[in-house]
Design a protein around this ligand. Structure first.
Ligand SMILES: [Fe+2]
Ligand SMILES: [Fe+2]
Length: 152
């Protein structure tokens, strides 16, 4: 296989696992939080679970289409330390900051793949541009939550 395509597949696999870990983290945090102020955050996270799972499926399809193989769960290594549910279930700021960090990570990964694809694979590039736009929107929403929830 073309080493450039192999490199793209490897980075798509990284993105795929990031999306699936985000699904786990968002499910947990969308359920664990307590309090009136938590409701909007929980709703937003629950909606993002569906979006992130869709991203993972699109990545899996693209990996297969360009000659790769989607790895099984035993290859997965957890990375999202910032999104572990906080001990204090009313600590919204900890969760919001964790989400922003995860979305930052996703944006960086998609930007990396977009650059790798330049002149090589425009369909993967197009997919990652769409996914980057989604993650930027998620991040914008949570940055807005942070502005409100960090107000003294
Ligand atoms: Fe995503
Ligand atoms: Fe996202």
């Amino acid at each position: 296989m073309d080493p450039k395509i192999q490199q793209i597949i490897d980075e798509l696999v990284v993105a795929y696992f990031m999306e699936l870990e985000t699904v786990m983290s968002y499910v947990a945090n969308s359920v664990n939080l307590d309090g009136v102020r938590a409701e909007e955050i929980k709703k937003s996270l629950a909606a993002d679970v569906v979006a992130e799972l869709g991203h993972a499926q699109q990545l899996a399809n693209r990996i297969k289409t360009i000659g790769g193989r989607v790895p099984g769960s035993q290859v997965f290594k957890a990375q999202q330390s910032s999104l572990q549910p906080p001990a204090d279930s009313t600590d919204l700021v900890a969760v919001i900051k964790g989400v922003i960090e995860a979305e930052d990570g996703a944006c960086a990964q998609y930007s990396k793949i977009i650059k790798l694809c330049d002149g090589v694979d425009y369909v993967t590039q197009d997919l990652c541009i769409t996914l980057l736009a989604d993650e930027e929107q998620h991040r914008r929403e949570f940055r807005g939550f942070l502005m409100e929830y960090e107000k003294p």
